[in-house]
Ligand binder design. Structure first.
Ligand code: KIV
Length: 306
């Protein structure tokens, strides 16, 4: 755990940038003790963690959440298109547009995380003409402030991914369950056990690696197959609902915090923020109604306001 509460750091950030630098010096020692990298994570340093230690990834969609996750020492923050179902009230990720991701990515990047900052390329954009895909990624990087993009899709997307990498756009792959395919699949399901899915996933990993991705998310995939993909792959395999034998894990922040509308069964809530928020709102409402908030000042003002 890094020293200093979120509020301490937040206040210091705006009041005294040098104090922030000093507190990061203390953080550096704490990080060393816990084997957490205190320096800016890059696609290269993240990739180098394969085989060294598990890689910690979370989503964030706003500045304070990103700030907290970063102070906790996560390695990668994803501005996921899961913003659609977790924040914007959509049923799935298909309704999320490039403008929406850019808006949330810009908020997250204002937290200036040490963690590597990645944003999802939203539904449909990876299938535009190559020049237009580059344009979408440029918006995520230049307006959203992220350092890399994540693209759902396997071997068929390898050519466009190679094109992006050549243009200087780092890409994270995403295979197994691809939530942007929900309307084609008619729902969400586990991958890896049906027909030739295992062979397809092995081929996906090889094609994405050759295209130049720096890491690959493997979602809701048979754990034994995911373990095999992790062994096969030269880049980190980041699992979600795919068992423990990966190079790292990613979870949606709202699931970790216990604030999601519908958490998947593989997720784990490490807090009950939903209950904390409901209690805070109810307590505030009660105090307004019984006139205990705002508190009556001890001394009357010298003269009434004009
Ligand atoms: O959008 C998202 O949150 C994701 C996951 C991998 C967590 O893509």
């Amino acid at each position: 755990m890094l020293p200093g509460s979120f509020h301490d750091r937040w206040d210091a950030l705006y009041a005294n940038p040098r104090a922030v630098t000093a507190s990061f010096g203390v953080a550096f020692l704490a990080c060393e003790a816990e084997n957490i990298s205190p320096v800016k994570m890059t696609t290269q340093s993240l990739r180098a963690l394969k085989g060294q230690r598990p890689i910690v990834c979370v989503t964030a969609y706003d500045t304070p959440t990103a700030h907290c996750a970063d102070l906790a020492g996560v390695d990668l923050i994803l501005v996921g298109d899961s913003v659609g179902n977790n924040v914007l009230g959509f049923a799935n990720t298909v309704s999320v547009t490039l403008d929406m991701i850019v808006h949330h990515a810009a908020a997250v990047s204002r937290a200036k995380p040490e963690a590597l900052l990645v944003a999802d390329l939203p539904f449909g954009d990876a299938h535009l003409k190559p020049g237009d895909v580059v344009k979408s990624c440029r918006r995520l990087i230049q307006e959203g402030g992220v350092e890399a993009v994540k693209i759902e899709g396997g071997a068929p997307l390898a050519p466009i991914i190679a094109h992006l990498v050549l243009a200087g756009i780092p890409v994270m792959g995403h295979i197994g369950l691809q939530p942007q395919q929900v309307n084609v699949m008619g729902g969400y399901r586990k991958f890896g056990a049906r027909g030739n899915e295992a062979a397809t996933l092995r081929a996906d990993v090889a094609a994405l690696e050759n295209a130049g991705v720096f890491a690959i998310v493997v979602e809701l995939t048979d754990p034994r197959l995911t373990a095999e993909l992790t062994q096969l792959s030269r880049v980190p395999i980041i699992g979600i609902g795919s068992g423990p034998d990966c190079d790292g894990q990613i979870l949606v922040a709202h699931d970790i915090l216990g604030i999601s509308v519908r958490a998947p069964s593989f997720a784990k809530a490490y807090a009950n923020v939903d209950e904390t928020m409901r209690t805070a709102f109810a307590t505030y409402a009660g105090e307004v109604r019984n006139r205990t908030f705002p508190a009556v000042p001890n001394k009357p003002a010298a003269s009434p306001p004009q």
